[in-house]
Design a protein around this ligand. Sequence first.
Ligand code: ACO
Length: 434
Amino acid sequence: MTDKLQPLHPATLTLGDKSYSLPTCEGVEGEKAIDISKLRAQTGYITLDEGYVNTGACESAITYIDGDKGILRYRGYAIEELAEKSRFVEVAYLLLHGELPQKEQLLQFSTRLNESSIIHEDMHHFFNGFPRGSHPMGILATMVASLSTFYPIPDELDDATEIQIVANLVSQVRTIAAFSYKKSIGEPLIYPSYKLKYTRNFLNMMFASPVRDYELDEDIVRAIDMFFILHADHEQNCSTSSVRTAGSSLANVYAVASAGICALWGPRHGGANQEVIQMLEKIHAEGGDGTEFINQAKDKNSPSRLMGFGHRVYKNFDPRAVVLKKQCDKLLNKAGMTDPLFDIARRLEECALKDDYFISRKLYPNVDFYSGLILRAAGIPTNMFTVLFAIGRMPGWLAHWREMLHSKQVTITRPRQIYVGETLRAYQDIDQRS
Ligand code: ACO
């Protein structure tokens, strides 16, 4: 326990005729916890908490969320203020270093990102090996893990090397993402340019070609940069917990980042942004108003859910969805930029928010509900949506990895279980089995 945790009155646990005293503590925002780290040794019991819904797995000073009040802060700064006033590279610095940079520090970090943006030339061959139509998340996870073979990590990791590796990853993930897209459409790769800043550089690698320049639209660049900011961290979510879990074995950081990418891919996590657009497209193609989708999502016999709705932590509203909806509105009100899917999304949200099923379960639009519409407006193909999420989330994953490595003691993640399988039985020869 660090000295940031304040001890409170101990809790008493009664098991049969025995009582045990368990320490409790409070974090800086008043979150309270029962410390059960000695529970098994003291009582022989473990806790059972599927999906870790009530489990605090670590102390962290990176991101604070209050799901009931719709609060999200990176290093103490409100997400709404960062989205409006900051830029992604500055937010990445904030997450990784704990403080907003001075001008000189920002320049240095930005230059470092630019200088690390190229990937080893031999890695280009790998892109040719993937079958046509491969999902770019599969390519991204593979290529990020393979960075470890081109950029081996020294056994002794000093702080300067660690920062350099982290900058490499924040920068190279964007190059790999753009290259995987270019390969998927059969166009030559566009190298990163030292003249362009982070988000512009990415969009240029995605959309420029040797036979045409890409006209960078200021509003699109800003919207994508804001998308990255809003996705940069979200405390102990599924992919970040995967990063911490993989990192706790002291696996190399490229393998650890790849674990995060794989966990993010699923439709209940980062993959939801792609699913939302596919759902909206289906409603549009069928000419319905979405009622059928809502009914299906409410039907317990159907596996479908209203994609982009609900959140493990936010039970009132997702502050990122509020910012994105406004940004979406602004972008799609621009001359020549309309999207019928935006109207469908607004209608769907209106209907769901009046429906008792969603109200009683506290299901509100999450960050993915409007993000896909912004990405569509920027010309990003649907199968790249989760890849953009991964680019945005990379500084968050790495901030958690560093925080864990620098904590007093890295405890390998190893939950227990309650076994419910067969008890001991004798082996039978194959011809005796019925
Ligand atoms: N549509 C319909 N019903 C839903 C939805 C939904 N989108 N989300 C939750 N529910 C229902 C569940 O069926 C359950 O109902 P029940 O109590 O009658 O059994 C109840 O609401 C609680 O749902 P849980 O799955 O227990 O909630 P949990 O906190 O575990 O799940 C999750 C959160 C995974 C995000 C869920 O809401 C979901 O699947 N949403 C759709 C996918 C999505 O948008 N994911 C993106 C999340 S944001 C992100 O990762 C960046």
